[in-house]
Design a protein around this ligand. Structure first.
Ligand code: COA
Ligand code: AMP
Length: 630
């Protein structure tokens, strides 16, 4: 079957098509209903089926005789260790941790926050929660205590599972003190915390609340899988939106299993038993879907890599991992390749390794610039496939379905919509844009299985933020166009979300933090184009009347403030003091215009601007920071 046949088959009978895919996972009770549209425009998939995520990702493979196959390979250049965990071992660990949680009162529907580095225990923690129907929410380790506290208050977890520390190339990051601070700050208090003590830094434990990971597992009665409804949430993953309050994307169990299972062959062209590597972090959606879940559901071996593309120890690390573990399909963000290229432009380090087992590289998480794609193609000698998706969708909206048909690659386009997605380019009035014309990228409802039916505790925000602009459609927040062959071209975000090294961040949140500085009267944060990270944040602040302090001093305080309140992941280093911000006559800050100025683009000065001369000041100040680049 060709891609066109598959897409047409889905279009002809969407529910029947997904029911067919649903047969490839294990159900305790197969669903009678594919799609529940009774609350449209809110939709749910497989609501009357009964299944379990951990069973599908682990137990069923052991039951089928694959217990000895490697499920996870932890490759950790930052600690100098490597460890393989078989499916049978994974089952034992998941059952024990699930038992430890259950014995302390965690059950179906209870939330568990996970704050861990890239260790296999993070995956065990995720799976153990799903095993007993608990809903996990993983928080990325690069976020500071305030952000963790916000997520604790929104998810209201019964338990937190944390690592004592994360290991960055330049330093050991103490996670546990951040967790303690977050819990102290949060209004909601978890009943207990399970802490994985790592040799690099052992954490102080709070008596009566904290339990050592190993002690918890050793004494536990293994828990069986609890069957949950297809629409029962498997997890909540917080992501950045326009405001400082993160959005809790809800991922229901049944659709997640069905869709991810389908993608492993159709999109990533892997067969069960093969090694798959997504070089990301379990704190992001790529890590959820393609480190923890999809490879295991599909009985692949998944690599849990604790390191960086450069500096751990060098720009050859990725090639070593690919050779050593026999990686077939490799998925990462373009920024990783930009980092490698910057350090080893000729990929000389590759000569030492045999990566002939690699079939393809898949890029996502941010715009894949043509230069990087071409370089990766040249040095790896395999096809490079861009694909576009989001935390909200959990899997590819548009990609190259290489396990069905290898479609011609157009560099700069993530290729075509996947079955399940009816993608349209809309004008502000909701009419469809002609081919080649820029517009808001929207998806006709319902979204397919594996996406999100709502936001945690925020159904109104879901309706308002995603469904209201174009009735009957999901608004992706990206702008782009479709060409004569139906290929999608993703151009920019339509909101204040920026993408820094493949990490999604809110400039609105950074503004909220800068505004707390006592000397700041007003501020704006924009994303500027960056040669390594794709984009980086840049802050513009106006000081309160009478403040006359050296700019460097203020900048250092602002950088520290963002680091302390949001975390190092914000990568906030650039800030300037300006007299005024460009605004419309009605007082709206012209952030988009500022971003164009900072990127050195031809700027269409808005007719509504209060004083166009301010843009010259902005341009001059941006230059002092070394931007625009290149
Ligand atoms: N825990 C604690 N701190 C973390 C962290 C974690 N899990 N992850 C990152 N940080 C810190 C980093 O140490 C850095 O701190 P610093 O300001 O003290 O140097 C800061 O957060 C910013 O991190 P990052 O943006 O990743 O920059 P970097 O310079 O450390 O690395 C790359 C740059 C390109 C090498 C790296 O971002 C990368 O490998 N990205 C591609 C893959 C990827 O993970 N994509 C995610 C989604 S697919
Ligand atoms: P996240 O939710 O963190 O995965 O970020 C999703 C956003 O990253 C998308 O809405 C896009 O803005 C951007 N993005 C992800 N993949 C791509 C891609 N292949 N091309 C362009 N932008 C992308």
């Amino acid at each position: 079957m060709s891609y066109a046949d598959v897409y047409a088959a889905w279009q002809a009978d969407p529910e029947g098509w997904w029911m067919e895919q649903a047969r490839r996972i294990h159900w305790h009770r197969f669903p009678r209903t594919a799609l529940d549209a009774s609350r449209a425009p809110l939709y749910e998939w497989f609501p009357d089926g009964l299944t379990n995520t951990c069973y599908n990702a682990v137990d069923r493979h052991v039951a089928a005789g694959h217990g000895a196959q490697a499920a996870l390979i932890h490759d950790s250049p930052v600690t100098g260790t490597k460890r393989t965990i078989t499916y049978a071992e994974l089952q034992t660990q998941c059952a024990a941790l699930a038992g430890a949680l259950a014995a302390r009162g965690v059950g179906k529907g209870d939330r568990v926050v996970i704050y861990m580095p890239m260790v296999p225990e993070a995956v065990v923690a995720m799976l153990a929660c799903t095993r007993i129907g608990a809903i996990h929410s993983v928080v990325f380790g690069g976020f500071a205590a305030d952000e963790l506290a916000k997520r604790i208050d929104d998810a209201e977890p019964k338990a937190v599972i944390a690592g004592s520390c994360g290991i960055e190339p330049s330093r050991v990051v103490a996670y546990k003190p951040l967790l303690d601070r977050a819990i102290a700050q949060a209004a909601h208090k978890p009943d207990f915390c399970i802490v994985l003590q790592r040799d690099a830094l052992r954490a102080e434990m709070t008596e009566g609340r904290d339990i050592d990971w190993h002690a918890a597992l050793d004494g536990a009665t293994p828990a069986d899988c609890v069957w949950v409804e297809g629409n029962h949430p498997a997890y909540i993953l917080y992501t950045s939106g326009t405001t400082g309050k993160p959005k809790g994307v809800v991922r229901p169990t049944g659709g997640h299993l069905v869709a991810l299972n389908w993608t492993m062959k159709a999109i990533y062209d892997t067969d069960p038993g093969e090694v798959f590597w997504a070089a990301s972090d379990v704190g992001w959606v790529v890590g959820h879907s393609y480190i923890a879940y999809a490879p295991l559901i599909h009985r692949n071996t998944s690599i849990v890599f604790e390191g960086k593309p450069v500096g751990t120890p060098d720009a050859g690390t990725y090639w070593r991992v690919i050779e050593e573990h026999g990686v077939r399909s490799f998925f990462t963000a373009p920024t990783a390749f930009r980092a490698i290229r910057r350090e080893d432009p000729e990929a000389a380090k590759l000569a030492k390794y045999d990566i002939s087992g690699l079939r393809a590289l898949y890029l996502a998480g941010e715009r894949a610039d043509p230069d990087t794609i071409q370089w990766a193609r040249k040095v790896l000698g395999v096809p490079v496939y861009d694909h576009w998706w989001q935390t909200e969708t959990g899997w590819t909206i548009a990609g190259n379905p290489t396990g069905i048909e290898k479609l011609p690659v157009k560099i700069g386009s993530p290729t075509l919509p996947m079955p399940g997605y009816d993608v349209r380019i809309l004008a502000p009035d909701g009419t469809e844009q002609p081919q080649g014309e820029l517009g808001a990228i929207a998806i006709r409802l319902p979204l397919p299985p594996g996406t999100f039916p709502t936001l945690w505790n925020a159904e109104d925000r879901y309706r308002e933020g995603y469904l209201s602009a174009f009735p009957g459609f999901y608004e992706t927040g990206d702008a782009g166009m479709m060409d004569e062959d139906g290929y999608l071209w993703i151009m920019a975000r339509t909101d204040d979300v920026i993408n820094v090294a493949g990490h999604r961040l809110s400039t609105g949140l950074m503004e909220e933090v800068l505004a707390t500085h006592p000397d700041v009267a007003e501020c704006a944060v924009i994303g500027v184009r960056d040669a390594l990270k794709g984009q980086v944040p840049m802050g513009f602040v106006c000081l309160s009347k009478g403040i006359d302090r050296p700019e460097d001093e203020i900048r250092a305080e602002l950088v520290e403030l963002v680091r302390d309140h949001i975390g190092p992941v914000a990568a906030f280093r650039l800030a300037v003091v300006v007299d005024r911000l460009p605004k419309t006559r009605s007082g709206k800050i012209l952030r988009r215009t500022m971003a164009s100025v900072a990127d050195g683009e031809a700027v269409a000065v808005p007719a509504t601007i209060d004083d166009p001369a301010i843009l010259d000041e902005i341009a001059a100040r941006v230059k002092t920071l070394g931007y625009p680049q290149g």
